[in-house]
Structures are given as structure tokens and as C-alpha cells.
Design a binder for this molecule. Structure first.
Ligand code: CA2
Length: 147
């Protein structure tokens, strides 16, 4: 069975506690349950994580690269949070590992502040998903199943 890796960056542990108009009212635990359901439907195992640290995300992307090399990675769904807009290190890690990765945003970043319009992740990603709320995670997992 292949593994889908759900990686979440800074402040996403706050989901469901503030800014419900932007991010909805579901918690990250709810999102994990939603992803587990989607993975079950598509025959994937789920590995779901969150960190507030950029280097930890880089380490996890390298881990994903090892799974990909072993043929056991379905793909990565990455919500890099604000690091999306700042991190050359994440860009390089995705490029360097050659992993299949979907960039995900809960909100439609293009309808928000200008500083959220640029992504260092997009040029290295297979696909980009934004604006579907937390249900976008399930849609992204379905997308991995179709690749
Ligand atoms: O829309 C998304 O998923 C974002 O990746 C979320 C990031 C933001 O910096 C990106 O521009 C778009 C922020 C995640 C912080 O999430 C919070 C949730 C509830 C309360 C406070 C922050």
C-alpha cells in the first residue's frame, strides 16, 4: 500500500480556533480525519503531520523523497502556510527530491493580500489547489489517486 503524506506548516495547528471566516471552523484533527477517510477510499495509507519549523518541513520532504525512491509514496499534499511565500529552501527540497507534490491552500490566496499571490512552491509542484476550504485536502488526495 502506498502512503500519502499530508504536511502542514506554521500556524496550521491553530485551525478552528480563530479566523473562521477565512479558514473555517474545523480543527487540524478534523482535517486529519477527513484525509484518513479520503485515503481509505483510494487505498492509501496516511501519514499526516504539522510543524511550525521550516527545516523540519525540509527534513520531511527528504523523507518523502526516500519513500518515492522506494516506490511507496502516493504523493505529498503540502500546505506550507506562510512559508509558501518566503521559502526557497522548500522549493529546492521539492525540486531536489523529485517528489509528486500538490500545493494546497485552504483559502483562495489570490483573492487575498498581494504578498500571498507569489508562491515558491508552485513552480516545483505537480498541481496547486486553493480556495476549497479544508475539503481541498480530500480533493488533493483524489488528485494523487488519479496521477
Ligand atoms: O490558505 C491557506 O491554507 C494558507 O496556506 C494558510 C496560511 C497562510 O499564511 C497562507 O497564505 C495561506 C496561514 C495558516 C494559519 O492558519 C491559521 C488558522 C487559524 C487561525 C490562525 C491561523
Amino acid at each position: 500500500m502506498k502512503t500519502a503524506l499530508g504536511l502542514n506548516g506554521p500556524n496550521l495547528n491553530l485551525l478552528g480556533t480563530r479566523e473562521p471566516a477565512v479558514y473555517g471552523s474545523q480543527t487540524l484533527d478534523d482535517v486529519q480525519a477527513l484525509c484518513a477517510h479520503a485515503c481509505n477510499a483510494h487505498g492509501f495509507a496516511l501519514d499526516f503531520r504539522q510543524t511550525n519549523h521550516e527545516g523540519t518541513l525540509v527534513d520531511w520532504l527528504h523523507e518523502a523523497g526516500q519513500l518515492q525512491a522506494a516506490g511507496t509514496l502516493a504523493g505529498v499534499v503540502l500546505n506550507a502556510g506562510a512559508y509558501t511565500h518566503t521559502s526557497v529552501a522548500l522549493h529546492d527540497a521539492i525540486k531536489g527530491t523529485g517528489i509528486t507534490l500538490i500545493e494546497l491552500h485552504i483559502s483562495n490566496v489570490h483573492a487575498r493580500e498581494a504578498f500571498r499571490h507569489h508562491s515558491y512552491i508552485s513552480p516545483a509542484a505537480k498541481a496547486v489547489m486553493a480556495g476549497f476550504g479544508v475539503n481541498g485536502y480530500a480533493l488533493a488526495i483524489a488528485g494523487l489517486a488519479g496521477i
